[in-house]
Design a protein around this ligand. Structure first.
Ligand code: HSE
Length: 422
């Protein structure tokens, strides 16, 4: 899109974010962006706008040569993919918030925009109102990042806050997140960690110049967090957060994980509550930066879409700069993590999986183990995701000492060190 062109939008989807965007655009006349047509699934629903602006057929937007920007804000990742692909092939700039679709087709979409020399922007797909993608893309290209870590799903953070601070049940908290429009229409995407995994897949190329496959991420959600976990966290002066983490562990490897974690008061993530998201970056010269803002909801998401639309006005495109200047990293699970695993039945925990056990506590049927375990083992085994078992990363997630000793061949099978604290 040329820098002088008017912005005529073909909007796809008129749900929470679509309506939010429409409203935001009415309040920002200086942008001179006009919604020309809105493509929706159900034409018969009662709408707040005149019927003439709506269509049921995406082709009406595609064939309209006056529409130069497609804003895709629907749920269905497969339909969204077809829409985005067709729009880019037609030379229309695209703004999307569909993290599932972007994560699944990252490489192809990146190539399509290059082939057709057209912009594809998706700031709203990660951390909604926080401008993370453009910052990762533009700012850290000389002082390269060693890690990014944060809370990147608003619904799970909202649910954890309500459970730990207000004593709500999981179900009640989820219902509130849904009513507020934070949760996905299929909330399992949020609570099982898939949404955060899709977002981390999108952030990684912008942060590290590496395209990753979502399937390679070591992740889970918050469905297994029990009352005992919250009490244990409290006892330790911590709270529980679903923390996403991507960290360079060698010149060729990136550790990429999303797991519930014990977070101490001194950690900046501790005070990130409700639907707020945060991202901490770490680079060699700048050290740490901390971004915090609303990670879900109509207006914060619409604000990010608005910012992308505005960036199109000056011809902005992602250049994927780090892919040109850094060595490609692979997702690697060659590291150790400190965890707290608990279960309602001791036989559900595979003790032999631990490299070392530092604390063992059992009470009636409840058992809790604190120890060090290999990330590779967690990635390749599912026992810790089974009903009745929960896993929390300890405050210091990475067990650097164990990783070093393994590299030096100092650990062997006899090192299982069990301390019973009961
Ligand atoms: N369901 C998502 C979340 C919406 O809760 O973070 C914003 O991407």
């Amino acid at each position: 899109m040329q820098t002088t062109t008017n912005i005529n939008i073909g909007l796809v989807g008129f749900g929470v974010v679509g309506k939010g965007l429409y409203d935001v655009l009415q309040r920002t006349p200086a942008l001179q962006a006009t919604v020309k047509k809105i493509c929706i699934k159900h034409l018969n629903k009662k709408r707040i706008l005149d019927n003439s602006i709506f269509t049921h057929h995406f082709y009406d937007l595609l064939k309209d040569d006056t529409i130069n920007v497609i804003v895709e804000l629907i749920d269905d990742a497969e339909v969204a993919y077809q829409i985005v692909k067709a729009s880019l092939q037609k030379g229309k700039a695209v703004v999307s918030a569909n993290k599932k679709m972007i994560a699944a087709h990252f490489k192809e979409l990146m190539e399509l925009q290059k082939t057709h020399n057209v912009a594809f922007l998706y700031e709203a797909s990660c951390c909604a109102g926080i401008p993370v993608i453009r910052n990762l893309e533009e700012y850290y290209d000389n002082d390269l990042l060693s890690q990014i870590r944060g809370i990147i799903n608003g619904s799970t953070n909202f649910i954890l806050t309500k459970i730990t601070e207000e004593g709500l049940s999981f179900k009640e908290a989820l219902q509130l997140a849904q009513a507020a429009g934070f949760a996905e229409s299929d909330p399992t995407l949020d609570i099982e960690g898939h949404d955060a995994a899709n977002k981390l897949t999108i952030l990684a190329p912008h942060a590290f110049g590496t395209i990753i496959n979502t399937q390679n991420i070591l992740y889970t959600g918050i469905t297994s967090i029990k009352k005992q976990d919250a009490l244990y966290a409290n006892e330790k002066g911590c709270t529980i957060k679903l923390v996403a983490h991507a960290k360079k562990i060698s010149h060729t490897e990136l550790a990429v994980l999303i797991l519930p974690q014990l977070v101490k008061k001194e950690d900046d993530l501790y005070n990130v509550k409700n639907e707020f998201n945060a991202l901490e970056t770490e680079s060699f010269f700048a050290d740490k930066h901390f971004f915090k803002g609303k990670g879900a909801g109509a207006y914060p998401t619409a604000a990010a879409v608005l910012s992308d639309i505005s960036a199109l006005r000056y011809g902005y495109k992602y250049e994927y700069k780090k892919m040109k200047i850094t060595t490609q990293l692979n997702v690697g699970n060659n590291y150790f993590v400190q965890v707290i695993v608990s279960a309602d039945d001791v036989t559900k925990i595979k003790e032999s999986s631990f490299l070392k056990i530092e604390e063992w506590h059992s009470e009636n049927n409840y058992v809790r183990i604190r120890g060090t375990i290999s990330a590779l083992h967690l990635k390749e085994n599912e026992w810790w995701k089974k009903e009745g078992v929960s896993l929390l990363l300890n405050v210091k997630a990475f067990d650097v000492a164990a990783s070093k000793k393994i590299k030096q061949g100092e650990f062997n099978n006899n090192l299982l060190n069990v301390t019973n604290t009961n």
